[in-house]
Write a protein that binds this ligand. Structure first.
Ligand code: 26V
Length: 822
């Protein structure tokens, strides 16, 4: 029979409508009269899935038939957000579906609100993984995302009396229409136990790992629909379950646990996402999570490889590429060695040659507290065989490579060793990653330079070609087409409809940046987006804000290095100026924050509290005539970002230079026409290169100046005493001005900035930051000037398409071929 063509696959409005109603009845078991919005949403998703599955099957058949090389993206986090509108856009079904639902008396945008976010990530690193799998499918690259099927994603944030409260996130409590369970691909994963040395069949010694426990890994597949709908790849997430097989002999030696506890323990592994971002707690469960998903994924890859190639591993490195998204999946390296050597009987050298060709590693942070280290004792308990393998890798590396390059140099050996010697011996996952990977990349030019020069200088000397850069990007399908439909439609008109695939096409808009009519269209759209956000702010917080004000937005995880506290003290300074002089000349501003703090990060939570207390005081102070408003949006997440970003006038990217590896929110905000107020850090530097320095408000110390100031010995008191406004603002924290009757509730912030030494140089950058804000304010008063800058920012962000990032990965690291499906 003739294969269906693309056109046969494309549904028209009536077919889609019929399909939705059919699913409402036969899949959801309800009727048009009774159905809840949630049932309508699920019926719509089911109708869309008919399209998705057809393409998924074709993609899998094509990849199998052509036996293509594929990239396997290993990540502990995939921050997918919602999928309905994304899938509809990528299948070119969005407006068809909109019309079909209208005829049924429903609004698609309302139904989309029924979908819980898939919040299986903390922040930048997890969202990057989600953008990357979108781009991989869009560019028709064979790719699989591998991760964990957390029952609870990142906590839901409530604000009570100004403080963050964490509530469990139950994204799949009522079922998720996008995931498919694949019982046929279940895996069994060993843990704990001991290693025995035995005589192998072919003579010589062999290692046998007798596991103390076995856990079942159940895969759930999320189809990843490329834009244009040709390739549908999968994101495969592993859920842990108790295994029915159980080694009682081994286990009894360690003690008896009843089977209920057994089951609960097994299910704990994929129960919840660790809510830390940039601080490593070194917890046993997290190591087990990492091993669990890596081991499941390696087994899955092996099974697929052996189905075609049997036990001939000579093609393995040509077929399989694995990208490690930070060090979280590093244990995949010794796991692949274990499988090849212990289970497939390869000799060490053959196995190692395969291994280091297969893996590559992306570094996402230089913060020392984020660099993963596991105690040797914990490692030995959970993964005894892997520790032996790590020792072997280390011995060969130090004995051969390091000794040859730096003969007799024990200082360098100690520094490069995978094992950190000290009171507690530790396994350094970063070093293992570098040693076991073909390529190591940073995520923006400046960051990659620092990875090479400051973090891993000796490794760079040893392997000059190993270190490279791939600047991050974001998918323009979600972060412009779907979230900002009016601007997307304007761009369609002006530069044609190719820009969602070729974002560089937006450069064609630059020539209209001075055009009055175009400026007006552009700013009218911004205005509409702001008006929509005004309603969301009112609904979520009760705060009334005016769309005439400048919307100044800082959205990102709460961390001292990201310096929400700098924004905070500057708002306090503005407030003081307004109180001192009610005619103080400034355009009305709304400062809007969205941010979650790690539950154990005390100071970060205090900063959230301070923002909320400041907001209460400022928003209710009639003396300042509504010139200043402060809004803290609770529960910042992907779906909220999609509403905030199109409404931003100003984008706050104010990290201490050298600390923000890249940032990706900076790209999304600029793409939607916000003007960046930022430091020369991460990808801000490249944003300024693209947009032109005159269209951004850059301030503060650069990386070299930060290093120099720290080397000289930074003393925050110098700035405190030299700047009377700054001093007054900091002293305010000790009063009860913002916390009536409770003086000192905000003092921890002042303390961290003075006694605490202000490690992120907040006070050093304060004056420059304040000036940058004045500059921005003056720009805004000239509507034509502002419109021009906003347009140019948006139009020049083509470089930050995640398709470009993926193409860089393909050329510099993965060496993949595109595979046409259809
Ligand atoms: C560390 C840990 C430590 C253990 C607990 C769980 C956990 C989760 C995440 C992390 C590291 C997070 C690193 C990270 O998110 N880096 C961000 O990566 C973005 C994408 O490359 C980049 O844009 C941001 O600048 C960078 O901070």
């Amino acid at each position: 029979t003739k294969k269906k063509t693309e056109l046969d696959l494309q549904l028209n409005k009536d077919q889609l409508k019929a399909s939705i109603v059919r699913h409402l009845r036969s899949t959801l078991g309800t009727s048009e009269q009774k159905a809840s919005p949630q049932a309508w949403w699920k019926a719509t998703a089911a109708a869309v899935n008919e399209q998705v599955y057809e393409r998924l099957t074709r993609t899998q058949q094509t990849h199998f038939n052509k036996d293509t090389r594929a990239i396997h993206y290993f990540s502990a986090e995939f921050l997918m957000g919602r999928l309905t509108s994304n899938n509809l856009h990528n299948l070119s079904l969005y407006s068809v579906c909109e019309e079909a639902l209208r005829e049924l008396g429903l609004e698609l945008t309302d139904l989309c609100e029924q979908e819980p976010d898939m919040a299986l990530g903390n922040g930048g690193l997890g969202r990057l993984a989600a953008c990357f799998i979108d781009s991989l499918a869009t560019l028709n690259y064979p790719a699989v995302g591998y991760g964990l099927h957390y029952e609870h994603g990142l906590f839901r944030q409530e604000i009570q009396d100004g403080r963050q409260i964490e509530r469990p996130d139950s994204w799949r409590e009522y079922g998720n229409p996008w995931e498919i369970c694949r019982p046929e691909s279940v895996q069994e994963i060993p843990l704990y136990g001991y290693v025995e040395t035995v005589f192998g069949d072919k003579g010589g010694l062999k290692k046998v790992w007798h596991a103390g426990r076995k856990i079942k890994g159940v895969p759930w597949d999320i189809p990843v629909v490329g834009f244009g709908g040709h390739t549908v790849n999968i994101l495969r997430l592993w859920e842990s379950r108790a295994s029915e097989f159980f080694d009682w002999d081994v286990f009894n030696a360690g003690g008896y646990v009843d089977s209920q506890a057994e089951k609960a323990q097994a299910e704990t592994i994929s129960k919840v996402l660790y809510p830390n971002d940039e601080t490593d707690a070194g917890k046993e469960l997290r190591l087990i999570q990492q091993y669990f998903f890596c081991a499941c994924s390696i087994k899955d890859i092996m099974r697929r490889y052996k189905r075609v190639h049997g036990s001939d591993f000579s093609n393995f490195a040509a077929q399989i590429a694995i990208q490690l998204n930070d060090t979280h999946p590093t244990v995949a390296i010794p796991e692949l060695m274990r499988v090849l050597v212990d289970e497939e009987d390869l000799n060490w050298d053959a196995a190692w040659t395969i291994c280091y060709q297969v893996f590559s590693y992306t570094n996402h942070t230089l913060l020392p507290e984020a660099l993963e280290k596991w105690s040797v004792n914990l490692f030995e308990k959970v993964l005894p065989r892997h520790l032996e393998i790590i020792y072997e890798i280390n011995a060969r590396f130090l004995g051969d490579l390091v000794e040859a390059k730096w003969p007799g140099d024990d200082v360098i050996k100690a520094k490069l060793s995978i094992i950190e010697e000290g009171e507690v011996r530790k396994v350094r996952m970063g070093n293992l990653c570098v040693i076991g990977s073909a390529k190591v990349n940073g995520v923006a030019e400046i960051h990659s330079k620092l990875v090479k020069e400051d973090l891993f200088p000796e490794f760079a000397a040893l392997w000059p070609d190993k270190m490279c850069n791939v600047t991050n990007g974001v998918t323009p399908r979600r972060w412009l087409l779907a979230c900002n439909p009016e601007l997307a439609a304007l761009y369609d008109e002006v530069v044609g409809k190719e820009w969602p695939l070729q974002l560089d096409k937006l450069r064609g808009v630059v020539k209209f940046a001075d055009d009055k009519a175009f400026q007006q269209q552009f700013m009218t759209i911004k205005r509409h987006n702001k008006e929509k956000l005004v309603k969301v702010i009112k609904a979520e917080t009760g705060i009334e804000v005016d769309a005439n004000a400048i919307f100044d937005i800082q959205i990102k995880r709460l961390h001292e290095y990201k310096r929400q506290q700098l924004n905070l003290i500057h708002i306090m300074a503005l407030y003081r100026r307004l109180l001192a002089n009610p005619d103080y000349d400034m355009h009305p501003r709304v400062f809007i924050f969205g941010s979650k703090a790690a539950p154990g990060y005390k100071l970060a939570k205090d900063i959230i509290y301070a923002i909320n207390k400041l907001a209460e005081r400022v928003n209710n102070d009639t003396r300042i005539q509504g010139k200043l408003k402060v809004v803290f949006m609770p529960n910042y997440r992907v779906s909220l970002a999609e509403k905030m970003i199109p409404a931003a006038d100003v984008s706050e990217q104010i990290s201490t230079a050298g600390y923000e590896a890249s940032g990706t929110g900076n790209m999304k905000l600029a793409l939607n026409g916000a003007i960046t107020i930022g430091t020369l850090d991460g990808a801000n530097i490249e944003i300024v290169e693209e947009a032109g320095a005159e269209h951004c408000a850059i301030f503060g110390l650069n990386v070299d100046e930060v290093k120099a100031l720290k080397a000289r010995g930074y003393n925050p008191y110098d700035f405190y005493y030299a700047n009377s406004e700054l001093k007054a603002v900091l002293d305010w924290f000790d009063t009860d001005y913002f916390t009536p009757g409770k003086p000192g509730e905000l003092s921890s912030i002042k303390r961290s900035l003075l006694e605490g030494g202000d490690p992120y140089l907040t006070l050093a950058d304060f004056a420059a930051y304040s000036e940058a804000h004045q500059l921005v304010d003056s720009w805004y008063r000239d509507p034509a000037l502002w419109a021009k800058k906003a347009i140019i920012n948006s139009a020049t962000m083509g470089k930050f398409n995640s398709d470009r990032s993926i193409q860089d990965y393909v050329e510099r690291i993965w060496k993949l071929e595109r595979c046409k499906v259809g």
